[in-house]
Design a protein around this ligand. Sequence first.
Ligand SMILES: Nc1nc2c(ncn2[C@@H]2O[C@H](COP(=O)(O)OP(=O)(O)OP(=O)(O)O)[C@@H](O)[C@H]2O)c(=O)[nH]1
Ligand SMILES: [Mg+2]
Length: 454
Amino acid sequence: MELSENPFIVAFKVPANETEEERVHRARAFQDAQRVSRQIDENLQETKRNLDRRKRAIRILLLGQAESGKSAVLKNFQLAFTPHQFQKERDLWKTIIQLNLISSVRTLLNILNDVDSNVQSLLTPPRTPGSHPNSSYSNKLRRIHLGLSPLLSLENDLNRMFFATGGPSHEICVPAGSRWKSKLGFRDSASVHQDLKLTNAQNAIKSNLIQLLEASKDDIDSLWRDADVQRALGEREVDLRDTPGFFLDDVERIASASYCPTDSDIVRARVRTDGVEEHHLVAESIRLKGNEFFITDVSGARSSRHSWIPFFDDSHAILFLAPLVFNQMLEEDPRVNRLEDSLLLWKEICSNVLLANCNIIIFFNKMDILRRILESGVEVRKFVPSYGNAPNEVESVTKYFKDRFKTYHKKLSPKPRSFISHETSAIDIHSTTALVVTVHDGIIRDNLEKSDMI
Ligand SMILES: Nc1nc2c(ncn2[C@@H]2O[C@H](COP(=O)(O)OP(=O)(O)OP(=O)(O)O)[C@@H](O)[C@H]2O)c(=O)[nH]1
Ligand SMILES: [Mg+2]
């Protein structure tokens, strides 16, 4: 471009017969324009630096069906690599865990209220007085139910105020990004949000929650420990301990005013991921210092899986979460067995050409739940007839399913690649934090080898 055509120079050209006032005005406008231009240059440089950093850093994508444990694995990465940042968010999780606890109470009451042709509800009065075999227990449970009503209604208000969701399942669901954290009062030094201060109404509802929980903890505890309730759950083959965000065994601790979540509580807390979240981790400890990487956490719901595709050709490795829980159905489609859904998803991921050069590491997660299910006598062959009469034991069951995943991996991968698998229980933070450090080292090593080959 000719100098005379430069719009910046043309705009500030000295006009003929310029007055002193016009000259001062023009000089000021010129300085302002220069400042804006410098700012734009700096922003462009910053964007370029970020892009370069992203290009250099390892990028990991977490995949798997809903509730498979992706966000729990992410928390283990954060615990291992950025423990100080993790520590700063501790208070934020307190409200989430308290809401998880109330949500389990609600689930429990819903199950007890469920009347079908065979099972008399434990909460509704008997049709003719005295006809209910356990009418004295029912009276007790009805009293507890009534006593817990204010807590349940506060849970509704809290969900509406902070999450604007809730839905029929009352599961906490948050939009991607960290804005929901600031809504709960989390103050991140890097945050640009201005609305970090909670309003008086928000503060009031949070302290109401603490008071009401403290006042209700005996009721919650007696409801959960009640022999009739436990029997009713057994009859319906419901094990609430296997449900996400289960804290009923910890009521005494969690419903106390002085409660502070432990690392393990935070990993066990349930917040459904909505959309796609990218997390930038810069290792804090001396040993891991300098390790900088990005982890993308996604929603595993069937309706969200199309949103994973743009992240496929940008990732160095995929961590695929496949719980070997063979006797549960999908929450979003109760006709579909979770393990069958995982296998279908695995086939799609293995055969995807966009992922042909990507390492895929599979975590057979929720091993603790598999162990509990088998110990309680549930037979694999009833849910997976092809399992036949093989031993109903963890080792044999794990090998059977692992072989199925491995076979598809070999058959469907567009190019040969190693099958790397780990058996995990993401809520066991001791072993999982150690594992994610090893896995991360492996991804870096593999990436270096690949770039050397190129
Ligand atoms: N018992 C047990 N619970 C686990 C394990 N891994 C995860 N969880 C719990 O299962 C629940 C669901 O885990 P999440 O990490 O939220 O699942 P997700 O894959 O991120 O689910 P979406 O965000 O809905 O896609 C949480 O309450 C976790 O704490 C595990 O190995 N054992
Ligand atoms: Mg999640």
